[in-house]
Design a protein around this ligand. Sequence first.
Ligand code: S3P
Length: 426
Amino acid sequence: MLQVKQAKQIQGTVRVPGDKSISHRAVMFGALAEGTTEISGFLPGADCLSTISCFQRMGVEIQQDGDRVTVKGNGWFGLQEPTEKLDVGNSGTTIRLISGILSTQPFHTVLEGDESIAKRPMRRVVGPLREMGAKIDGRRNGEFTPLAIRGGELTGITYQSPVASAQIKSAILLAGLQAKGTTTVVEPTVSRDHTERMLRAFGIEIVQEGNSVSVQGGQSLKGRSIVVPGDISSAAFLIVAVMMVPNSKLTIENVGINPTRTGIIDVVKAMGGQIELTNQRIVNEEPIADIVVTHSELTGTVIEGDLIPRLIDEIPVIAVLATQAKGQTIIRDAEELKVKETDRIATVVSQLSKFGATVTPTDDGMIIEGSAQLTAAEIDSMGDHRIGMAMAIAGLAAPGETVIHNSEAINVSFPGFAQLLEQISQ
Ligand code: S3P
């Protein structure tokens, strides 16, 4: 259980834990590479620990100590058939990306996760991987876990993805690295491109043209050191906290500002918020900066179209922010929210309403009424880390004490969240 009191001010200079997407990929690519990969800034959250444990079960030697990880890769075909099922916990990224990798392996694996994973759609990766030649089965003809995969020789395909999803794109490209010929994924809008950037850092040739990405089969990865930047999706909670609480100013150091992830910054600026990026640099192909956020009066906005994949994980906390802006905020084209860790249209509406906010669900998003006077509430994270944290941030602007039940879910992506919040709030 997490208790949050209304804050008078947010102040300080902080860092957030490592980027979740980049941490997963660093472990996976390190496990498939020849030679050792040293990772620093790794996110020791439950999701990325699930990725480590899956590869350990396939015989890869991985040592993890806080945010430092050493992966001793034995090459792409150095994985061994696991004797037990692979448990992906709560992690969609783990199960979908690993499905692509396992589709190339000449052995049998069974993948399973928690209750939330059991409800999430898998045919979006199973379908194209089957087209490439992988044998994959699962409940409801491969839509749901457990998934059973027998990989083997694959053939490259050109796949027109119906959704902008980095998990779909990455699963297919990873399978494509060991398929015959060329594998191409075309997306309706570009999703986060960490796979493309990190594969390049591991020595892979990859061609990006507009919304399409291609790889040739038969390439191998070389182990290397990877420095993981802070997660902008975690920084987002702190950015919103500053905008919710008057007289606040915060510097968040060392945050990844990959343009496929910075929708939150664009939206806060469009609403009238003051955000500056300083100390910009590039590390392992990924842009990084310090983010300086100053409290500002905000106005509601419309969030839609190409912007959605660039802030999909931030929508719960953006909804919280919108309750404090002048006027209405409308979120459209975000039906993907329904298939995240929870149905995030339903969970945002049900939990944010408990604070007295007016949020109306729509088919593909929600409408949030601004200038709301929030009152402290008793909240359930519903087992969704981002719902738990978004509601904790709402609690900072609500007189009284807000209680978040099932707050342990927060460890999925932001260990130390409660302590950090206490450190910066007065
Ligand atoms: C992720 C991609 C996104 C995002 C998830 C992490 C990744 O999912 O929501 O938290 O690391 O590739 P989709 O690609 O399914 O949209």
